[in-house]
Design a protein around this ligand. Structure first.
Ligand SMILES: [Zn+2]
Length: 359
């Protein structure tokens, strides 16, 4: 026999399920718990980003077992009363190299796991609406880049040092430098100017969210975005066209462009001309600037010598071809694992590179 508080909980559950269904087009236990406030957005975000603290989602449900039972029983009943249609829910962490299922339950309970991984939608939807819902709720999680806040660590792939304040990706909880994650061609656009951020994000073929874990609040703070250089320029230009009062923006951009070391750019341009004589001048300029800009202490500035310069240039040229002459970025953006994306574009990259090499 339901007690007063049970029936209140049942009403709340039905209201939340209806709200979530209306908002997302489909609802599963996780959306329900979020709607009810038994799962915080903060915990959900941390889980999606694979923070160690939020590794198992179930452990962050803020609701007692008895109450949770009522919620889920009510939800199941509501689903069957409304003749809703089940669809698999994909909860995956997305990184540049692979996607993997996120852990929901703490025990080895396959049935419960399946329950959490099922969403329900109305069965009378048009095929177009159905497709739109699937696309919306199963969209790849945004690529994330993190700012190192604790002690120094190293890249699991190349052993590069990752000190405090540096950016890195996470791959199965292990740090990966931006070079190894194929994100080093992107530039950091600090948060703060919402319009600039929105336009650059839209214009960039690939973007990653830059996050910093806030220990005391146990959540991620957004610090900005990594986007393509060109998209920042485009976004800035479009804003300049919008209004003259944006003059200061242009000045900021000009200062940043000057940061590239002029002498080093010239040197790199020379190396490119020697190794890739048919590389178009515009590409050579971009590659040289980029290599010089982020090369401080790494390429050519120290006693690295000719060999190191050539190696750096080759890598930069390949990266440039990959990002500018293939659909590599959009493959990554659509959740294609890095290895697979590289395999698909390899032939195009080789072709362009050998065209540029021909003297
Ligand atoms: Zn690395």
């Amino acid at each position: 026999m339901p007690t007063q508080s049970n029936s209140t909980m049942e009403q709340r559950t039905v209201a939340a399920a209806e709200q979530a269904l209306k908002g997302h087009g489909a609802v599963g236990p996780i959306e329900l718990l979020l709607q009810l406030g038994f799962l915080s957005q903060r915990a959900f975000d941390g889980w999606q980003r694979e923070h160690d603290y939020y590794r198992v989602l179930e452990e962050h449900i803020e609701c007692g077992a008895a109450k949770l039972q009522i919620v889920f029983d009510t939800f199941r009943r509501w689903v069957s009363e409304h003749g809703l249609e089940a669809m698999p829910a994909i909860y995956q962490a997305s990184s540049v190299r692979e996607t993997r299922d996120l852990r929901i339950v703490s025990t080895d309970n396959a049935e419960l796991d399946r329950f959490y991984r099922t969403r329900y939608r109305r069965s009378d939807l048009s095929p177009a609406r159905r497709k739109a819902i699937e696309k919306k709720i199963n969209a790849a999680v945004e690529l994330c880049v993190f700012i190192q806040t604790s002690d120094e660590t190293i890249c699991q792939e190349c052993d590069a040092r990752l000190g405090r304040g540096q950016m890195f990706c996470l791959e199965r909880q292990e740090p990966l430098c931006l070079d190894c994650a194929d994100l080093s061609h992107l530039e950091f656009l600090p948060a703060g100017d919402a319009t600039l951020t929105r336009r650059a994000k839209k214009a960039s073929p690939l973007h990653a969210v830059v996050l910093q874990f806030n220990r005391s609040r146990k959540r991620y703070d957004r610090r900005g975005l990594l986007v393509s250089r060109q998209s920042i320029d485009e976004a800035e230009d479009s804003m300049l066209q919008d209004a003259d009062k944006r003059q200061s923006q242009r000045e900021v951009a000009a200062v940043r462009r000057e940061q590239a070391d002029v002498a080093l750019v010239a040197k790199m341009t020379g190396v490119i001309a020697r190794l890739f004589p048919r590389c178009p001048a515009a590409s050579a300029k971009v590659i040289a600037q980029h290599t010089a800009q982020r090369g401080s202490g790494r390429i050519g500035r120290s006693a690295a010598g000719r060999e190191a310069d050539e190696r750096a240039v080759r890598l930069a040229v390949i990266a440039h071809i990959r990002h500018e002459h293939t659909d590599y970025d959009s493959l990554l953006m659509n959740g294609v694992p890095r290895d697979e994306a590289r395999r698909r574009i390899r032939m195009t990259v080789d072709q362009v590179a050998s065209q540029w090499e021909a003297s």
